[in-house]
Design a protein around this ligand. Structure first.
Ligand SMILES: [Zn+2]
Length: 319
C-alpha cells in the first residue's frame, strides 16, 4: 500500500528476510538509455511477464521528460509490488547515490536520481547499476553463468562492454567503466571519445559496417549475420578480423581476471557458431596457460531482454 512508506524516505536494504524468501514474488527491471526507457515485470526464473517502453527527449536540459517516461513505464508494476526494481543505466552511474552521473549525448540524464524517482513511483526498493556491468547478474541468475563464481559477460554490436563477476562479486568500482575505451592499439582509428586506439573503435558494428563498405561488401546491410553466411573470401576475412578485434579486449580481461567463461550478448548471436568459434579460438591462442581454458558461449537471451534480466538479477543480488 502506498501509505505504508513515504515515497521519498530512504528505503531499507532489499535483502529479503527468510519469511519473504518463502513467498515467490515478482522482480522489477528498468533499462535507462539516452532517449528511451524500458521496464519489465519478471518472475523469479527470469521470464518476462509484462513490459513497457517510453521515449523522452534526451537532448533536453530538463529532467521532466525522464520523470514522465518513467511514470509511464512504471505502470507495468501496478498491482504487483515486485520484491524490488533493478535499473540498468547507460553512462557513468553512481550506484551508492542512486543516480546517473553522466551519459554521452543525453543532458536530460545528467545527475538524474533514478532510484528516488522509481521508489516514489513504485514504493519498493530500487537499485541502479551500469548497464554493461549489471548484465553479468542476468547471466548469473538466469543464464549461462548460473552456478559460477567468476565469468565475464560481454556486450557486442552497437554497444561494447564487459561485466565481470569475480569470486561471486560484480566488479563495480566507483568510476569504473565497461572497457569499451581500453586502448588496444598505440595509434589506431579515431574513437567517439576523441582519442585513438580504443577497443570500441575496432570492435563494434560501426567499424564492421565501415570496413564492409570500404571493401564493397554491401549485401544485406553488411550485417555480421550476412557476412558470416557469405561465400565471399573478403567477407570471411572481415569476419575473422572482427573476431580478432573483439579478442583484443577480451584477452586483456582474461589476462587480468582469468574469467574462464565469456558470455557474449548482442550482435555476436547473429554470427552464430562460426563467429563464436573464432572468438574462442582467438582467446585460447592468446591464453598463457594456468587456470581454466577460456570458453566462449553465446547467450540465448533476446537482445532486448539482456539489460532487463540484469536489472532483475540486481534485485536478487541485493546486499
Ligand atoms: Zn574511446
Amino acid at each position: 500500500m502506498a501509505h505504508e512508506r513515504s515515497p521519498l524516505r530512504l528505503v531499507p536494504d532489499p535483502v529479503p528476510g527468510p519469511e519473504v524468501r518463502a513467498v515467490p514474488r515478482t522482480l522489477g527491471a528498468v533499462e535507462l538509455l539516452p532517449g528511451r526507457v524500458r521496464a519489465a515485470l519478471l518472475d523469479r526464473s527470469g521470464a518476462v511477464l509484462d513490459r513497457a517502453e517510453a521515449s523522452f527527449d534526451a537532448g533536453s536540459a530538463s529532467p521532466a521528460g525522464v520523470d514522465e517516461a518513467l511514470a509511464r513505464v512504471a505502470a507495468v508494476f501496478d498491482g504487483h509490488r515486485p520484491s524490488g526494481v533493478g535499473v540498468a543505466a547507460a553512462g557513468v552511474v553512481d550506484p551508492a547515490g542512486g543516480r546517473v552521473i553522466e551519459v554521452d549525448e543525453a543532458p536530460a540524464l545528467r545527475g538524474y536520481g533514478v532510484t528516488a524517482r522509481l521508489e516514489e513511483l513504485t514504493g519498493v526498493p530500487v537499485r541502479v547499476e551500469h548497464r554493461a556491468r549489471v548484465q553479468v547478474l542476468g547471466d548469473r541468475w538466469f543464464g549461462p553463468g548460473r552456478g559460477r563464481r567468476s565469468f565475464a559477460s560481454v556486450s557486442t554490436g552497437e554497444v561494447l562492454g564487459v561485466g565481470i563477476l569475480y569470486d561471486g562479486e560484480v566488479l563495480a568500482p566507483e568510476g569504473g567503466r565497461s572497457g569499451a575505451h581500453m586502448t588496444v592499439s598505440a595509434s589506431g582509428e579515431p574513437c567517439t571519445c576523441g582519442r585513438r586506439g580504443c577497443w570500441k573503435a575496432v570492435a563494434t558494428t560501426r567499424w564492421l559496417r565501415g570496413r564492409a563498405g570500404a571493401l564493397g561488401l554491401r549485401a544485406e546491410g553488411a550485417s555480421l549475420g550476412a557476412l558470416v553466411a557469405s561465400r565471399d573470401g573478403a567477407a570471411r576475412r572481415l569476419v575473422a578480423e572482427y573476431a580478432e578485434n573483439l579478442v583484443l579486449g577480451l584477452a586483456t580481461v582474461q589476462q587480468l581476471f582469468a574469467c574462464g567463461l565469456f558470455v557474449l550478448h548482442g550482435e555476436a548471436r547473429e554470427g552464430g557458431e562460426p563467429f563464436r568459434a573464432l572468438v574462442e579460438s582467438g582467446l585460447r591462442a592468446g591464453a598463457l596457460g594456468g587456470g581454466e581454458l577460456p570458453r566462449v558461449v553465446v547467450s540465448e537471451a533476446a537482445v532486448d531482454d539482456v539489460a532487463l534480466l540484469g536489472g532483475a538479477g540486481l534485485v536478487l543480488s541485493g546486499r
